[in-house]
Design a protein. Sequence first.
Length: 159
Amino acid sequence: MRLSNLADYAVVTMCAAARHCGSARVSAAELAEETGLPAPTVQKLVSLLSRAGLLRATRGSGGGLQLARPAAAITLADIVEAVEGPIALTSCVEQGRHDCALEGSCNVRPHWTIVNDALRGALANVPLTQLSSPFASSEVEKQVRERVSTSLDTNGVLL
């Protein structure tokens, strides 16, 4: 599985917004400049992230963007779902989707929910505070691995 560029950019944008947490509000233009992303892309992301309840926009003098919840309460899963929709490796588990030629005889379909839940759980175990941390990337990777491994049982299933 690979995130779309837009989901990747949403993570980058949310990390930049989190670094401003507790200070003055930040504009979409400032986030674009800080991240190096094109302003129209950041504006689109701000709209999606606001609609998902992750960012809050305030108009007028002193307005701007800020996190809608504390950074510790926003996860990588929240950000990805804001852009991509529900986390799923296959579309056959979505309600109303009947576009697979194997649907009637597939023995794997009942198990995709378990896989999708494990994937979502792993992403939900990575808070925005950890993603936007000033730690060296190897230290962050180590912390993420430890957090994910402690949430799996001996068979690799999410607890």
